[in-house]
Design a protein around this ligand. Structure first.
Ligand code: C5P
Length: 223
């Protein structure tokens, strides 16, 4: 079980992070959230006023950037050039910027190399968009978590604290999510799609516990 590599892919708001965190805790695996790495780099691009469309400039920026991911029981700590940016990378502007920087092949190659190094020893649940297709095509188990856009944006809205947390309305969350989906699914370089051998789980009408129970019973057979 030490060497197990579990890939969890899917669109935003499908519940990947929550599922990956619980799964990792249950089986004593490390949980790695690759989206946080794209988010950290997007934050750096914003801070340095680097154009999110300029692949060459972003490539130069990446060459001088270090990104670390540290699993903790409550999620990943994200470290950008030595600074803890865990909270900042969740800001809405960073979220959209992450999906923009992630379309560039140079940036993806760099990230994929880092992610392979992080997961190489095994004993990991790695979560993202291209883990089963590109980062670890030979992963022991691949899950593709999906749900309707409405269900995903509703969960996002509730997670963020709903109306009490700020100006975001459920409609605004849905719009943001659709934009990001569109970019993630239609980019030329490793678009979001299930690997051929991925187990598809549609959680639209399932609770977290039901999704977890299904995934845990499948993983249990492999540990
Ligand atoms: O998963 P999360 O919402 O944190 O990811 C932020 C963005 O990073 C995604 O919308 C996607 O564009 C990009 N991403 C990616 N490949 C991954 C993980 C995230 O392209 N493996």
């Amino acid at each position: 079980s030490r060497r197990l590599i579990v890939a969890i892919d899917g669109p935003a708001g499908a519940g990947k992070s929550t599922v990956a965190r619980h799964l990792a805790a249950h089986f004593g695996l490390l949980n790695l959230e690759t989206g946080a790495m794209y988010r950290a780099f997007a934050l750096k691009a914003m801070r340095t006023h680097t154009s999110l469309d300029n692949a060459e400039a972003l490539g130069r920026l990446a060459a001088g950037t270090s990104i670390g991911l540290e699993p903790t029981p409550s999620g990943n700590r994200v470290v950008l050039d030595g600074e803890d940016v865990t909270g900042q990378v969740r800001e809405p502007e960073v979220t959209q910027a992450a999906s923009k920087v992630s379309i560039h092949p140079t940036i993806r190659t760099w990230m994929v190399d880092l992610q392979r190094a992080l997961g190489a020893a095994g004993g990991v649940v790695m979560e993202g968009r291209d883990i089963g297709t590109v980062v670890f095509p030979d992963a022991d188990l691949k899950f593709f978590l999906d749900a309707s856009p409405e269900a995903r944006s509703q969960r996002r809205y509730e997670q963020s604290g709903g109306a009490t947390a700020g100006e975001a309305t459920p409609e605004a969350v849905l719009k943001e999510l659709r934009e990001r989906d569109q970019r993630d699914r239609n980019r030329a370089e490793s678009p979001l799609r299930p690997a051929e051998d991925a187990i598809l789980i549609d959680s639209t009408s399932l609770t977290l516990d039901q999704v977890l129970a299904r995934i845990e019973s499948i993983v249990q057979e492999r540990v």
